[in-house]
Design a protein around this ligand. Structure first.
Ligand code: SF4
Length: 684
């Protein structure tokens, strides 16, 4: 038996510390790390059962060209040659990378550097676009930079916690345990705002099952109430001239209750709770972000906290919690097509600084295509070579049927993954075997910006290689020999740290002192840390004026039900599954929680449609149709359906939520509105 290795969970943005002990071969004992500040030893079911998922069943162990096993040299040469040829014939914007919050920061950094500094395009986007890009856009509008204002310690210190669009009990269970501990220890009040009565809502002091899409009206209503009560007087906040005028009409209790379809008494109770508790954390997740109004919804929350001073002090913050283990690391190195690197945008000075630092051969000069637009460009033939890393867009993208058609028609598709066959990789011309969790080494950043190490404790199986190595090899074979000579992830980490500090006068939130210190620290011994701790405690924000901004946001008209699609479809996760189940699907214990994909429907809606509990329903939308087992659920709002996102074709002939969701996006962030698609349900 080996000594325990301290590492970080492979799944969600809570970022729990784990101690993994190899007890023989590929058998691993998993325990929560009592010394990791994100979880203090706690784990949820997914983390606890990670040991069941490290076997080699279904692994991609060798490079493959088509259906043929190839050696690394041949596969890498082919990828480099096809990308080089495509760029030479059609320009740098004819190629793209689609990457993932499952990548480690070092992997993300190298892929971003290759695309934005050497290929000369910003066509690299990430599945984090689907998860929290509206939070990024909202932060930038309000704070001047993508800064998460809260931390888990704020949950311990809050007197009121408001969970918005988050089934925290299922999706971020260790954070939820922390909230429950705060409630037990100091009587913290809990309000849950969610159209569904979820497991999280069951435990709340107050549940507000608002009309989907009415969040801006709700938070504007609270802000109007707080102003009336004399609570909106925060310093260091720029307020546009017409801001308060915009809240003058239509934001009284009765109008807001009507717009949100809430009982006025419940709404009033929320107003009073918020007004009475300066130490309030509003924690928001996909229910806010995955909307075509996501950025405005984020800013409605930020406005409320900024205007009432509920920010920058312990226990008071608007707090965006991310889905994936390293969505935040991607944000820091520029994994989104809309950012450059190290919290820089595409301003002339940023392009010049990053280009000089990288000794770039060809810098991207403008933002690239965001995920939905990127796959549209593939479908329209504008992207002719695509490299997908560690993600399964044929299942997870909205209107996934169209994404599959696009992949099938793309002249050259590369997939690097740990899994031999996914709904995406069946379209790949080249498959490259990547190192999996437990085999790779690097860093991840969790929702509260805590950076932790993922460490290898298992040998690389077959010919699998780390993603940073694969990308570096292709870069060198494309002719970029001197900029991609990394031998270890520690070298990449130090370069990333140096770039973040490079010409950073301190205007950006990333703390120079910490950057410099940590960049030179012993990488192997790196303990969990943050670039900066509690932001905004000095009342300064990373805008040119040093002041935050209130952003006027108005509730847009809600869509009326359509004749052929009279219901709306909401989507989300199950407690014990993760993304498209390529890992959690390997665990028999995790499968017991929900054995198949269900469509949840209010019993009265079901009865009116002739849908029997436990029977089958055909759920259809303008995008597609799929079969689901019916589950009566009195916690559903009338007129709404809920289905899980996890199932793929290779796992099930039905339950394919991705085929149903529409690909409309938020205009600021490009994040798709997964939570609301017109739909209908019929008996089979
Ligand atoms: Fe892993 Fe998230 Fe569960 Fe923690 S809460 S053990 S990070 S899945």
């Amino acid at each position: 038996m080996s000594a325990a290795t301290s590492t970080t969970c492979a799944y969600c943005g809570v970022g729990c510390g784990i101690r993994a002990t190899v007890t023989g071969g590929r058998t691993v004992r998993i325990e929560g790390d009592p010394d990791h500040p994100a979880n203090n030893g706690r784990l949820c079911s997914k983390g606890t059962h990670l040991g069941e998922t490290v076997g080699l069943e279904g692994r991609l162990l060798h490079p493959m060209i088509g259906d043929r096993q190839a050696n690394w040299d041949k596969a890498l040469d082919l990828v480099a040659r096809r990308f080089r040829q495509t760029i030479a014939e059609h320009g740098p914007d004819s190629v793209a990378f689609y990457v993932s919050g499952q990548l480690l920061t070092e992997d993300y950094y190298v892929a971003n550097k290759l695309m934005k500094g050497f290929i000369g395009s910003a066509n690299i986007d990430t599945n984090s676009r689907l998860c929290m890009s509206s939070a990024v856009a909202g932060h930038m509008r309000a704070f001047g930079e993508d800064v998460v204002a809260g931390s888990y310690a704020d949950l311990d210190a809050a007197d009121l916690i408001v969970l918005v669009g988050s089934n925290t009990a299922w999706c971020h269970p260790v954070v939820y345990q922390r909230i429950m501990a705060a409630r037990a220890g100091r009587g913290t009040k809990l309000v849950v705002i969610d159209p569904r009565r979820t497991e999280t809502a069951e435990e709340a002091d107050l549940h507000l099952p608002l009309r989907p899409g009415s969040d801006v009206a709700l938070f504007n209503g609270v802000l109007a109430y707080c102003r009336e009560a004399g609570l909106a007087h925060a310093a260091n906040v720029d307020v546009p001239d017409t801001f308060w005028e915009g809240l003058a009409d239509g934001h009284d209790l009765w109008s807001t209750a009507q717009t949100c379809d809430l009982a006025p008494a419940d709404l009033q109770r929320f107003y009073q709770l918020f007004a009475a508790h300066p130490r309030t954390v509003t924690l928001f997740s996909q229910g806010i972000n995955q909307s075509i109004r996501g950025t405005d919804q984020v800013n409605a929350i930020l406005n409320l906290h900024l205007a009432t001073g509920r920010i920058g002090t312990p226990g008071a913050a608007p707090f965006s919690i991310t889905g994936q283990p390293n969505a935040m690391g991607g944000r820091e190195v520029g994994g989104l097509a809309s950012t450059l690197a190290a919290h820089r945008g595409f301003g002339a000075q940023d392009i010049a600084d990053v280009g000089r630092f990288w000794a770039a051969e060809r810098m991207a000069t403008k933002p690239g295509l965001k995920a939905v637009d990127l796959f549209r460009a593939v479908g329209e033939g504008r992207i002719k070579a695509l490299w997908i890393m560690a993600t399964n867009p044929a299942v997870s993208m909205p209107d996934a049927g169209r994404v599959r058609d696009a992949l099938a028609a793309c002249p050259f598709v590369v997939v690097s993954d740990v899994v031999a066959e996914t709904d995406t990789s069946v379209h790949a011309h080249v498959r490259l075997p990547a190192a999996a969790w437990g085999e790779k080494d690097g860093t991840v950043t969790n929702s509260e910006r805590m950076i932790s190490r993922q460490r290898a404790f298992l040998p690389l199986p077959g010919e699998a290689k780390p993603d940073w190595w694969i990308v570096s090899q292709v870069a060198r074979r494309m002719g970029f020999r001197t900029a991609f000579t990394y031998d270890r992830p520690a070298e990449i980490w130090r370069e990333h740290a140096r770039l973040t500090a490079y010409r950073n006068t301190g205007a950006r939130m990333l703390n120079l002192r910490t950057k410099a210190t940590i960049g030179n620290a012993d990488y192997d011994a790196l303990a969990p840390f943050r670039w900066y701790d509690a932001p905004f405690t000095d009342g300064r924000f990373p805008t040119p004026s040093g002041r935050a901004r209130l952003v006027p946001v108005a509730q847009r008209a809600l869509e009326a039900p359509l004749r052929d699609w009279p219901m709306t479809l909401n989507t989300g996760r199950y407690r014990d599954q993760w993304h498209t189940m390529t890992r959690t699907g390997l665990s028999p214990k995790l499968a017991r929680h929900r054995e198949e994909p269900l469509v949840e429907i209010h019993p009265e809606d079901a009865a009116a449609l002739g849908l029997a509990d436990g029977g089958l329903a055909r759920i259809s939308t303008p995008q597609g149709a799929s079969l689901f087992r019916i589950a009566y659920q009195s916690g559903q709002r009338r007129g709404e359906l809920f289905t899980p996102i996890h199932w793929a074709d290779r796992q099930s002939s039905g339950g394919r939520t991705g085929l149903l969701t529409r690909d409309l996006v938020d205009p600021h962030s490009g994040q798709p509105g997964f939570k609301l698609s017109p739909a209908r349900a019929e008996p089979v």
